[in-house]
Design a protein around this ligand. Structure first.
Ligand code: PRP
Ligand code: URA
Length: 212
């Protein structure tokens, strides 16, 4: 994993291999959905690398010994609707006890500014480390607003996990939320005049839900 300031790029071969098929315009809805979920599982593995461990006593069939478990850290996953939903099952594969909140935002096609339409977070979010999920970080507006909304509920920490990031989005997000670690599988070249990531993968929500 490559790290630059608060941005981690997951260059694991399995993630990069799956990302190629995710980008391919010939990949249909079913495979696209499966790939998003598989990539989310692999990214979850990397993004939880810093969870603290504590010692416990365990009796194996042979003897008692001291082993490790995760030290009481509780997680919450917060997908940004719609496309972030595609990442939730993949994350829950590795952390089935995590709670899931939802933030509904869509980008106004004219202004590219996010518009909020839904917000439901776990009640005990103050006790939790939050990972906000969205496959695409383009201008950064949606991620910035979602994280601002989550911060109002005072979670212990916030990470942002996306699959493809634009340099413009990384710059905007890290300027507004310098305390948030950003994890992605790729940093692409640029945004086009319509705010789409180039080369990107197109509209993630449309490709996950087949609404193209
Ligand atoms: C997409 C994507 C992000 C957002 C990224 O959602 O899933 O949420 O755009 O763009 P930004 O960084 O410029 O804010 P979209 O607004 O298309 O909504 P959808 O998921 O409902 O399709
Ligand atoms: N949202 C997407 O789904 N794709 C992009 O390229 C930019 C924003």
């Amino acid at each position: 994993m490559q790290k630059n300031e608060n941005v981690f790029v997951m260059d694991h071969p399995l993630i990069q291999h799956k990302l190629t098929f995710l980008r391919d315009e010939a990949t249909g809805t079913k495979n696209f959905r499966e790939l998003v979920s598989e990539i989310a599982t692999l990214m979850c593995y990397e993004a939880t690398r810093d969870l603290p461990l504590m010692d416990v006593e365990t009796a194996t069939p042979m003897e008692k010994t001291t082993t490790k478990v995760i030290a009481g850290r509780k997680l919450a996953f917060v997908p940004i609707l719609r496309a972030g939903l595609g990442m939730v099952d993949g994350m829950l594969n590795l952390v089935p006890s995590a709670k899931v909140g939802h933030i509904g935002l869509y980008r106004d096609h004219e202004t590219l500014k996010p518009v909020e339409y839904y917000n439901k977070l776990p009640q005990d979010i103050e006790e939790r480390d939050v990972i906000v999920l969205d496959p695409m970080l383009a201008t950064g507006g949606s991620a910035i607003d979602a994280i601002t909304i989550v911060k109002r509920s005072h979670p212990k920490s916030i990470k942002f996990l996306c699959i493809i990031a634009a340099p413009e989005g990384i710059k905007a997000l890290t300027e507004v939320h310098p305390d948030v670690h950003v994890y992605c599988a790729a940093v692409d070249r640029e945004l086009n005049q319509n705010g789409y990531i180039m080369p990107g993968l197109g509209d993630a929500g449309d490709r996950i839900f087949g609404t193209i």
